[in-house]
Design a protein around this ligand. Structure first.
Ligand SMILES: *[C@@H]1O[C@H](CO)[C@@H](O)[C@H](O)[C@H]1NC(C)=O
Ligand SMILES: *[C@@H]1O[C@H](CO)[C@@H](O)[C@H](O)[C@H]1NC(C)=O
Ligand SMILES: *[C@@H]1O[C@H](CO)[C@@H](O)[C@H](O)[C@H]1NC(C)=O
Ligand SMILES: CC(=O)N[C@H]1CO[C@H](CO)[C@@H](O)[C@@H]1O
Length: 476
């Protein structure tokens, strides 16, 4: 298939060169790159000829490496943290019950505390009956015994603590107006892919290592079984009908976005070649970057995750031809970590192989990366953590990005350049897609305000409508 090709450049409204802050005031403190997230992602997924008319607001995006270099940048003064389950009270979300995977414990697929893993599934119907969207839940990592023991007391480490039902919003919503795949008063000649009527699944995250570990610490009574949880979940879904899928999408945000990258080819391997399979990683592009004191905060953290959960051989490859309905049995029978190709660990240390920048160019399955260039989680936790800022000179900037000094902005822009650099090779193959906007946010596909906000004033503001045709030719 083809992504938008280089001569189909979509105009980007900017205020100048690499401007992090814009004086343009938005009606709402929302970073309105979002509508485009959906448009471009859908384009990526559907592979159809697309004609769209869209509203131009502040946005920035990157589609192909060919024009990464010509990419201009700007941002709005938005510090809202877009995590969690946001929804408006006038429009109650769909609540979907938790299902525990019975029998998973017999195969060693358990949460940190040994409890059964679980998932939420809302069945698809109509044209979406044989389409599957599998979302891997995110929520940080634990990188030592203390933090993993701590997680057991939360839904992140034990299904006993998980909500019995959760709202399905954004990309998981079943409301066509919230999750149109496309829509609205954007005139789109589109097709059949509206996620709202797909089978939509959220696999709960309770292993602390992006669904990749396979070990245990008996003394601390900790199970590190993320890889088995992932496989147990896939087996279960296959048995529930996913084996008949015409199209399947693996997605996830944050630690789940990283898990999506780590499992993308493996997910592809579950299906016959006739099934259309793609991956969407939202806010999963965690960079191996220096923090403000020159340290490597995130590398240190990932190093702990990797060494604690013994990930080195498991996650660095997609162990391709997994027989789908027996994926977990095969994995266990193979001795868990043996007989796996070492596409990453053969030339890099295990911790490096936990960083997407060292993996994405080698992923064979079409992958779409959605990330904020100024990822708010990475700024707060990886780049300017309090531990690297003893004198608190970043406190204000960290909490309110419009309070950053010129040198702090420079530091953030440098980070953004590293992010673009990290995606250079990845963005060459036309099967891949990329949307890097300059919002200060983290996770954009599940929150209804970001995935598709129909109360955004700009969407209805006809004065701002700009016609733009994007002709996308299609076909493998
Ligand atoms: C969403 O799903 C719920 C529960 O299955 C159902 O009651 C509701 O009508 C659905 N909404 C739409 C718009 O299909
Ligand atoms: C952020 O800082 C700007 C400028 O310093 C200020 O105008 C704005 O009110 C602050 N926003 C918040 C939420 O504190
Ligand atoms: C850009 O990425 C390459 C690897 O793709 C790396 O070797 C190089 O150091 C990076 N440059 C910068 C300025 O980050
Ligand atoms: C969601 C939305 O804005 N829908 C509008 C699209 O345009 C039609 C007619 O122009 C309106 O009736 C809808 O309300």
């Amino acid at each position: 298939m083809e992504w938008v090709s280089s001569n189909q450049v979509i105009p980007v409204i900017t205020t100048g060169n690499n401007v992090l802050f814009s004086d343009l005031s938005l009606g709402k403190k929302l970073c309105l790159g979002f509508c485009y997230v959906q448009v471009f992602f859908f384009d990526f997924f559907v592979m159809k000829f697309v004609l769209l008319e869209f509203v131009v607001v502040l946005f920035v995006f990157v589609v192909l490496s060919k024009w990464v270099n010509g990419f201009e940048d700007l941002s709005v003064n938005d510090i809202s943290e877009l995590e969690g389950y946001g929804f408006s009270s006038t429009n109650p979300p769909l609540m979907v019950p938790l299902t525990l995977i019975q029998g998973a414990d017999a195969k060693g697929a358990v949460c940190l505390d040994g409890s059964l893993p679980g998932y939420h599934w809302h069945r698809g119907y109509g044209s979406g009956a044989n389409s599957w969207l599998v979302n891997l839940e995110g929520g940080g990592w634990c990188n030592n015994i203390r933090t993993c023991v701590f997680r057991i007391k939360s839904r992140r480490g034990s299904s006993a603590r998980m909500e019995k039902e959760i709202p399905f919003t954004g990309i998981l919503s079943n409301k066509s107006e919230e999750n149109p795949g496309f829509s609205l008063n954007f005139t789109l000649i589109l097709s059949d892919t509206n996620f709202f009527n797909w089978n939509r699944v959220k696999l709960r995250y309770c292993d602390g290592a992006s669904f990749t570990g396979d070990s245990e610490d008996k003394a601390a009574k900790l199970q590190f079984r993320g890889q088995r949880i992932y496989l147990a979940g896939m087996e279960e879904l296959m048995a529930k009908g996913m084996r008949h899928a015409d199209q399947a999408l693996l997605s996830g945000c944050s630690a789940g976005g990283l898990a999506t990258i780590l499992h993308c080819d493996e997910f592809r391997g579950l299906f016959p070649s006739t099934t259309k399979v793609k991956c969407l990683s939202d806010a999963g592009l965690f960079l191996d970057a220096s923090d403000i004191s020159g340290g490597r905060t995130l590398r240190d953290m990932f190093g702990g995750v990797v060494s604690l959960q013994v990930l080195s051989l498991v996650f660095c490859n997609a162990f391709g031809n997994v027989n789908s309905v027996h994926a977990l049995d095969n994995f266990v029978a193979s001795g868990s970590q043996k007989n796996l190709p070492l596409t990453c660990t053969n030339h890099l240390d295990p911790t490096s192989c936990f960083f997407p920048q060292n993996l994405i160019a080698n992923i064979k399955t079409p992958l779409f990366l959605l990330n904020a260039a100024y990822d708010s989680w990475q700024v707060r936790v990886s780049l300017a953590p309090t531990s690297a800022d003893p004198r608190g000179s970043w406190t204000e900037c960290r909490n309110n990005i419009s309070s950053c000094s010129a040198s702090q902005i420079k530091f953030l822009q440098d980070f953004r350049n590293q992010m673009l650099n990290a995606t250079k090779d990845f963005s060459v193959p036309e099967q891949n897609g990329l949307f890097i906007n300059s919002c200060y946010t983290h996770c954009q596909s599940e929150n209804p305000d970001t995935w598709f906000s129909d109360n955004s004033p700009h969407i209805h503001n006809k004065d701002n409508v700009v016609m733009q045709g994007i002709a996308q030719s299609v076909g493998d």
